[in-house]
Design a protein around this ligand. Structure first.
Ligand code: NAP
Length: 445
């Protein structure tokens, strides 16, 4: 093989780390084509990371360096489904899927589809200006909101709902979200955890940031904060500094009165039913205790909570792709060290490989492992020689690196006079138009 040709599908963190690893390979001359369904790259860094977390977004400087490698070509605005995967397998030695987890888990309780009940991941995509979510509507006209789940997405959603306009107006939050949040009636967010404080999935910096928000009061019930016997035993057997720090932070925050807005953090409660006639009006909550496996089990006690909106924030979930084997329980494409089972030449990395866990950096070793599998298969002559070129199969209208840079620079320029990192272009057609415009045309406006 004179040149190893690889398609990486999905230009989020895993995709970039996979490209970086491929381009480092000393074995072969490598040519990498990086595809994304959207006209803009960066995946969850652009459409998932909260707009008030700009420092995390600085990782895009690393991504840009990777994109500038002459051996890499970007093909934005190319959705890859079963048909595209078919031709990709012909024109590349290997196809590495880094498509993430594109949907969310369901609670499976009555009332889940009432207006006012939403997936937190949809809300995140909406406030971050994802073009497929621009038209979504969220009822934020009642003072009390529930967020189910205690991962970092739940914390992000609570923080965005409780942030004032002033704070958000300095970020790259989508303009439509900035406007709706300015006028929203939300004053009280109840975060609901089915297990105890020792099992919460959020991380301490995210908790601390929430607890340090101005003009916000907290309510955490002392009885829900005190550890049950099983959690105590587990921590004694295996001390965990991060959990101890979390408990300390929660203990300090327990009751802070006085803010205009309020955060209520509940533990050991599960939604049993979302009630309401033609929209969400309330929540039936069941109280839980933990068993020796630290799982939530019902105590049989119930309580009601009047709310106008509920966000389910109980995890992302991957989606199947064509004929590739799919583990529905885990929401991943079945694989061994990134090799898709029964489909030589097809690989996965990131959330579609291991499930929706970890921070951005977690994707680096994950992508490295998958690329090592691909490179080792190439060395052993297990990959089929490509026939044809991708351009024979691609419909016109993809966005290349220069097109993305035109869109990127336009957004940054729009943000500059407002003291914002960028003002996102959110409609797909408008993004494509900005990417198409030549630099001269943009300057002439
Ligand atoms: P997550 O961390 O997996 O948290 C999911 C939460 O949902 C857990 O508290 C889980 O509780 C709960 N849950 C699951 N099923 C439930 C059910 N049926 N009823 C009630 N609760 C249920 O997921 P995530 O918040 O979506 O975050 C995904 C990943 O992105 C994580 O690795 C996260 O750290 C990362 N992320 C990081 C940041 C950041 O660094 N700032 C921001 C956003 C996301 P159990 O533990 O009981 O299952």
């Amino acid at each position: 093989m004179s040149q190893l040709r690889v398609a990486v599908v999905g230009a989020g963190p895993s995709g970039f780390y996979a490209c970086e690893e491929l381009l480092k390979s000393g074995d072969h001359e490598v040519k990498v084509d990086l595809y994304d369904a959207l006209p803009a790259p960066h995946g969850l860094v652009r459409y998932g990371v909260a707009p008030d977390h700009q420092k995390i977004k600085n990782v895009t400087a690393v991504f840009e360096k990777i994109m500038r490698d002459p051996r890499l070509s970007f093909f934005g605005n190319v959705a890859v489904g079963a048909a595209e995967l078919e031709w990709m397998r012909q024109v590349y030695h290997g196809v590495l899927l880094t498509v993430g987890a594109q949907t969310d888990r369901r609670l499976g309780v009555a009332g889940e589809d009432l207006p006012g009940s939403y997936s937190a991941t949809d809300f995140v995509a909406w406030y971050n200006g994802h073009p497929d979510y621009v038209g979504h509507k969220f009822l934020l006209d009642q003072p009390r909101v529930a967020v189910v789940g205690v991962g970092n997405v739940a914390i992000d959603v609570a923080r965005i709902l409780l942030s004032g306009h002033e704070r958000l107006s300095k970020t790259d939050i989508a303009d439509h979200a900035l406007e709706q949040l300015r006028n929203c009636a939300v004053r009280e967010v109840h975060i609901l955890a089915r297990r105890g404080p020792a099992q919460a999935a959020f991380t301490n910096p995210e908790l601390r940031e929430l607890l340090e928000m101005e003009d916000l009061s907290f309510e955490i019930r002392p009885d829900e904060l005190s550890l049950d016997e099983h959690s105590r035993a587990a921590l004694e057997a295996e001390p965990d500094k991060l959990v101890s720090k979390r408990l300390e932070l929660l203990g300090q925050a327990q009751i802070r009165p006085g803010g205009q807005k309020k955060l209520v953090l509940r533990f050991l409660v599960s939604p049993l039913e979302i009630s309401g006639q033609d929209r969400v009006q309330g929540l039936k909550l069941g109280q839980n205790r933990l068993n020796e496996k630290l799982q939530a089990t019902s105590t049989g006690q119930q309580e009601g909570l009047a709310i106008g909106t509920i966000f389910r924030s109980i995890g992302y979930k991957g989606q199947p792709l064509g004929e590739l084997p799919f583990d529905n329980g885990k929401g991943i494409i079945s694989n061994q060290l990134g090799r898709v089972e029964g489909h030589p030449g097809v690989y996965v990395a990131g959330w579609i490989k291991r499930g929706p866990s970890g921070v951005i950096g977690t994707n680096k070793p994950c992508a490295k492992e998958s690329v090592q599998s691909l490179l080792s298969d190439a060395r052993e002559g297990k990959l089929q020689e490509p026939a044809g070129q991708p351009q024979q199969h691609l419909a016109p209208g993809w966005v290349d690196f220069d097109g993305w840079k035109r869109l990127d620079e336009f957004e940054v320029a729009q943000g500059q006079p407002l003291g914002r990192p960028r003002v996102k272009v959110v409609q797909r057609e408008a993004m494509l138009a900005r990417a198409r415009d030549s630099a001269e045309e943009v300057a002439a406006r």
